[in-house]
Design a protein around this ligand. Structure first.
Ligand code: NDP
Ligand code: MG
Length: 410
């Protein structure tokens, strides 16, 4: 999966002379961190394309600063507006539009590396286009992998794409696994993968207050600054559930081999437990620039701008078992991980519908899990045969989710 062989020293040295990069989701939290790291190493990285969705002014500023060959926006109208603004500012960046624009910059032959940092199912097709073109992919968009894991990983194997996780937990696990883990976790002597999570902003909130928490409270994560959707996922612990499924696909693990550990300090980003009693962990300040830099430069190391971890300041590390009564989304995610087939795609779509409704103040925080449960209870799980089947499952789940919203609240 991680083509260590492909990255033999000579080829890799040549490749690192100047890596050209498309950043899908450049205007988001991950995208901004990626551009921060890239700007520190102009001799190594050249921006080929930047994509945005609603924040066109932000994308324009990024284009003027990083001078990509292409920018991608969602609609023909947005193409016209941004193109004219860039021309007026003397920029040579060409603006393209829509899903075809995203696929174009994800698969272009001049691109070495694609950062997949669009949020949600919207990132699936462009990320798959990058995979099918055999690119080096820095994967943040976990929803794409959760939805289509079997097809996604098959496409990685067929195309020879190099898949590097920048989700901090999976990047930590990748750093703690030996290169021969590709032959299977068991033969590498791995007993368990341990995914850490801070527990989010409501770890200690009295249960009877959870139904009244607001979107802004849910998005005020104690340790990480992130986009609103993943912040809500972190508050419900669905993020840890999606990450459990992500870990199963990335590291060819069974759900029973992945354990979730609440670690409020967010200093250990995950661990690998070996049969000889060794447990390897990756530590660092909670800053996405570390996993991003690791994956960008891998197998080398570069400066990320992240402050070194001060162990004396951290002083202590705590660990707790996750409370699945408080956080039912984690149990739902484990349930779909075990069910397989289209179940994770159903969960993901239902979660996107519910989180969007919560962020729009249409439902309460605890109803996110109710909505997802309703979808899983009603839409049967099928086998994943092709992308069409995944998209159909996604659409059906969204229909059930929206029907639940209508019947209960809207
Ligand atoms: P943000 O909401 O901050 O950014 C999302 C990006 O996707 C923005 O560039 C946004 O454009 C773009 N976008 C949104 N909707 C669409 C769409 N329909 N079509 C095309 N582009 C779209 O999210 P994050 O950066 O926080 O997260 C991105 C991904 O990375 C998620 O999958 C998340 O789970 C994952 N991740 C994030 C981490 C973090 O620290 N933030 C950590 C680990 C994983 P615009 O802003 O212009 O509307
Ligand atoms: Mg994570």
């Amino acid at each position: 999966m991680y083509a260590h062989e492909r990255f033999s020293a000579t080829r890799e040295d040549a490749r690192y002379l100047l890596q050209t990069i498309s950043v899908l989701g450049a205007t988001g939290s991950v995208g901004v961190n990626v551009l921060n790291v890239i700007a520190r190493h102009p001799e190594r990285y050249k921006v080929f394309a930047l994509t945005g969705f609603s924040q066109l002014e932000h994308l324009k500023k990024q284009c003027l600063l990083h001078r990509p060959d292409y920018a991608v926006v969602p609609t023909p109208e947005a193409v016209k507006v941004l193109q004219q603004q860039l021309i007026d500012a003397g920029s040579l960046t060409q603006v393209v539009g829509g899903e075809s624009g995203l696929k174009f910059v994800a698969s272009h032959r001049d691109v070495d590396t694609v950062v997949a940092a669009i949020v949600g199912a919207a990132g699936l097709n462009a990320t798959l286009a990058a995979v099918e073109s055999g690119k080096k992919i820095l994967l943040a968009n976990k929803e794409a992998l959760v939805m289509s894991g079997a097809l996604f990983m098959q496409a990685v194997r067929t195309s020879g794409a190099v898949l590097l996780p920048i989700d901090s937990e999976h990047n930590a696990i990748f750093q703690c696994l030996p290169s021969h883990s590709r032959q299977g976790l068991t033969s590498a002597g791995v007993r368990r993968i341990m995914l850490t999570g801070s527990g989010g902003p409501f770890r200690q909130t009295p249960m009877d207050q959870l139904q009244d928490v607001t979107p802004d409270q849910a998005c005020a994560h104690p340790k990480w600054s992130m986009g609103r959707k993943i912040s809500v996922d972190s508050a419900t612990l669905m993020n840890k559930g999606l990450e459990l499924i992500e870990a199963c696909w990335l590291f060819d693990a069974k759900p029973s081999q992945v354990e979730v550990v609440i670690h409020p300090q967010s200093v250990i980003h995950s661990l690998v437990d070996y049969v000889d009693g060794s447990m390897l962990a990756q530590l660092g300040n909670p800053d996405m620039r570390t996993p991003i830099s690791h994956a960008l430069a891998w197998p080398q190391r570069i400066d990320s701008g992240v402050e070194p971890l001060d162990l004396f300041k951290v002083a202590r590390l705590n660990f707790e078992v996750p409370d699945e009564t408080r956080f039912p989304c984690l149990a739902l995610a484990r349930q779909v991980a075990n069910a397989g087939g289209t179940a994770p795609a159903l969960l993901n779509a239902a979660n996107e519908v519910a989180v969007q409704a919560f962020l729009a103040n249409q439902i309460g925080f605890t109803q996110i899990a109710d909505c997802i449960r309703h979808v899983l209870d009603n839409e049967p799980v099928g086998q994943v045969r092709d992308l069409y089947g995944v998209m159909e499952a996604d659409a059906n789940a969204r229909r059930w989710g929206k029907r639940w919203l209508r019947e209960n609240h809207l």
